[in-house]
Design a protein. Structure first.
Length: 97
């Protein structure tokens, strides 16, 4: 435990001597964290929706569905998206939102 504290203190002193203030570094890390959080928000939403679809099974493979005015048959249900084969034999990947 003491060695860990000494290592952190040495690193903090080295950064301070290099002209990098820990307050600035903390603010930068927080801003990066907020940016990453907003960036992953849509991915997390799709993933959770996919888990709900997999658990509750409101649709199953082979069901006919219509998404955004395009009708087709469910081919595959994944955690983040669903694959639909349209009437024109085109595979569409639709996010689970």
């Amino acid at each position: 435990m003491t060695a860990h504290c000494n290592t952190r203190l040495r690193k903090s002193s080295a950064l301070d001597n290099a002209g990098i203030h820990l307050g600035t570094l903390t603010i930068f890390a927080g801003a990066v964290g907020v940016g990453v959080g907003f960036g992953l928000q849509n991915v997390a939403s799709n993933f959770i929706s996919g888990l709900v679809i997999l658990a509750e099974r409101p649709i199953t493979i082979g069901d006919r569905v219509e998404v955004a005015g395009i009708a087709g048959e469910v081919q595959q249900i994944r955690a983040r998206s669903t694959v639909i084969l349209t009437n024109d034999n085109i595979s569409m990947i639709v996010p689970n939102t």
